[in-house]
Ligand binder design. Sequence first.
Ligand code: RBF
Length: 163
Amino acid sequence: MATAISAIPNFDVTQLKNPHNIRVGIVTAQWNNDITGPMEQGALAVLEKAGLIPENIRAASVPGSYELPVAARWMLESGCDAVVCIGCLIKGDTPHFEFISESVAKGLMDLNLQSGKPVIFAVITTLTHEQALDRAGGKLGNKGAEGAEAALHMVQLKQQLLP
Ligand code: RBF
């Protein structure tokens, strides 16, 4: 079962080598900020627990999830080793949900491959507000915290594969 802080099996954020040298950006969409706010807090808590120094944690907000890819690119251009992109899309009565979620997923994946740096998809896509709450520190964990773990895991993997 997912937990608030450690959801990736066999990956312990407290065992990172040289956490002082790792720079991570967090970009948070303000749409549904009752959901994305706790996700951002969860991500920050993981990065602090891992031993990153506060100056190396850069947080920014964007209006909505659609704006996450370009802001993530700016984070990488500013020197971050990884970016955690946090958003919450709740399906409504129009096709907007599909347009935005597909664009964001593709935009972030393209940025991963173009940059060679981890760009983490911590965007929850749900049918209801309650399902979103469950994933923002509720009974299904905190997907922002898990996104930060994924970012650190990938930074470590890159260090191992491309020393
Ligand atoms: N942004 C989100 O992050 N989550 C949403 O659920 C969401 N729903 C939207 C629904 C509509 C009808 C519109 C027009 C925008 C929505 N947005 C949402 C904002 C979107 O990501 C973006 O910020 C704006 O479209 C401006 O480019």
